[in-house]
Design a protein around this ligand. Sequence first.
Ligand code: ADP
Ligand code: MG
Length: 266
Amino acid sequence: MSNIFAVANQKGGVGKTTTCVNLAASLVASKRRVLLIDLDPQGNATMGSGIDKSELQLSSYDVLASELPPNKAIVPTSSGYDLMPANGDLSAAEVELLEMDGREARLRRALRYLDGGHDYIVVDCPPSLNMLTVNALCAAHGVLIPMQCEYYALEGLSALVDTITQIQRAANPELRIEGILRTMYDPRNSLTNDVSEQLSEYFGERLYRTCIPRNVRLAEAPSFGVPALEYDRHSKGAIAYLALAGEMTRRHAANPSTTNSGPGQG
Ligand code: ADP
Ligand code: MG
């Protein structure tokens, strides 16, 4: 049974894609079978996984818009995880979906056609609470929210939490917050510490203990089309994402009900 989670935050540049690619590689390093779904028309997770978005035959667009069986669009990556890639075609889906029946559940229905060969399915969302993100949230068991510890980050978080609540009510009652991840973390900054404390008060256990530091290797690796683990496995960034994968899998082992049969597996 796959555990499906969406990596979402409507703010751009908070580390969603970096988290998807590096967490996917780190889960593979812990012997988990992983599928990364790129649901952002920018295709950054695709390029960051070493797949050229301008040369895709099939992509997540075809799965969402034309009901292509997902395994037809999935390709292997050099880092050991599978990828359902995306490119600019997907921005058409965002519009086309609005006209379709069951428009918010297209991804969820598509994932039922997978044979359960992945332990984890990670969905990289666009920087918006649009129909693509709604599809990810309807298909997922959990939402992983990366955020930078700055003042306005908390403001944006309440809009996302409201959206999650609405989706729980309307379409996916099992959806939970998988965890809040502090990214580009700088403990020397006092605002960081204040925001961090507020997050801890509000989200308690759901705030990951692992923080991802600001690390130039994480920013450089995508231009080589690999996760930091492959680019520089001793870098602070690569090590932090390994720690995150460890924290996540330990949580799931301690609480198997969070890795249940869920909406995506119907
Ligand atoms: P999003 O997907 O939320 O828009 P990205 O993951 O693309 O955000 O990150 C935005 C930019 O910040 C990218 O250039 C990325 O390489 C860089 N970045 C992300 N996380 C880190 C980090 N921990 N340290 C340094 N740079 C980072
Ligand atoms: Mg992104």
